[in-house]
Design a protein around this ligand. Structure first.
Ligand code: ZN
Length: 275
């Protein structure tokens, strides 16, 4: 599933090309996106002629803001892709929405093989209300005092599950939680509340270091992830533990990476480097 670095990569790519453009047409190509619309949703045709003011990321979600107060809330979930395509290239059966712009040839496509993703047509205030009630602070901007406070308040959760909980910090998923905990030297099955202040501080710093490096390399492409131009990311080449069960640890070179189910997810860690 695309996590913060992948979603940030998509947002940065689209922002530089689409902000300021006017929508010519916006259509859903398959019924499931329409069926998933929340109660107070706008219709795709309401967006015609609207100028795209801003594209932002919040957690793993993408938010489009248009002039006049309408917006889109997009979640890529497992296999969603949001990218610019040449209109000459035929859209396949997994392409569920399409947006074209005035005076700009490429069209924006939402493609999603497993159909868990969504594109919600909502007014901007409704989007922010929804998003802010579902998500905790951003991991790249949360301050240390707030982070430490959240660790202590939700100390019963294992640190792996703690990092995955979008209400605590938003945007971290299975890959980056493992990579963050490896970098911090903390075992994923430790209760968050058992971390010393120094260990929590290491996790806090590792979150920033790992996410920033992953954004720099345009995310991890372990399955379907592509950026806004259809290119794969490169951070998967730097994974230290994720999906490396039974392989020698890249730091100590002695222990083999183990896999354990924690908080319902496969977690990978080095039994020597992580305490
Ligand atoms: Zn190791």
């Amino acid at each position: 599933m695309p996590e913060l670095p992948e979603v940030e990569t998509v947002v940065r790519g689209l922002r530089s090309t689409l902000e300021g453009k006017k929508i010519r047409q916006f259509v859903f190509l398959s019924p499931h996106l329409q069926q998933k619309q929340p109660a107070m949703a706008l219709r795709p045709q309401d967006y015609r002629g609207k100028r795209l003011r801003e594209i932002r990321r919040r957690g793993k979600m993408i938010i489009f803001n248009f002039e006049g107060g309408c917006g889109l809330l997009i979640h890529l979930k497992m296999t969603g892709q949001l990218y610019l395509a040449d209109p000459k290239q035929p859209a396949d059966k997994h392409t569920h929405a399409r947006m074209t712009f005035a005076g700009f040839r490429p069209e924006l496509r939402f493609r999603d093989i497993r159909k868990f993703g969504f594109v919600s047509c909502l007014r901007e205030p409704d989007i922010w209300q929804k998003v802010n009630s579902a998500l905790g602070p951003e991991p790249l901007s949360v301050g240390w005092p707030e982070f430490w406070d959240l660790i202590k308040k939700h100390g019963k959760k294992r640190i792996k599950g703690w990092l995955l909980d979008q209400k605590l910090v938003a945007g971290i998923g299975n890959i980056y939680s493992d990579e963050i905990l490896f970098r911090a030297g903390v075992r994923p099955d430790r209760p968050a509340g058992s971390l010393s202040r120094a260990e929590a501080r290491k996790v806090f710093r590792s979150i920033r270091a790992v996410l920033r490096r992953a954004i720099e390399l345009k995310g991890s492409s372990v399955s379907d992830f592509v950026d806004s131009t259809g290119q794969k990311g490169r951070f998967q080449t730097e994974h230290r533990v994720y999906d490396r069960e039974g392989q020698p640890c890249r730091r100590c070179r002695l222990a083999l990476i183990q896999r354990k189910k924690i908080a319902g997810r496969s977690s990978f860690f080095c039994p020597t480097c992580q305490k």
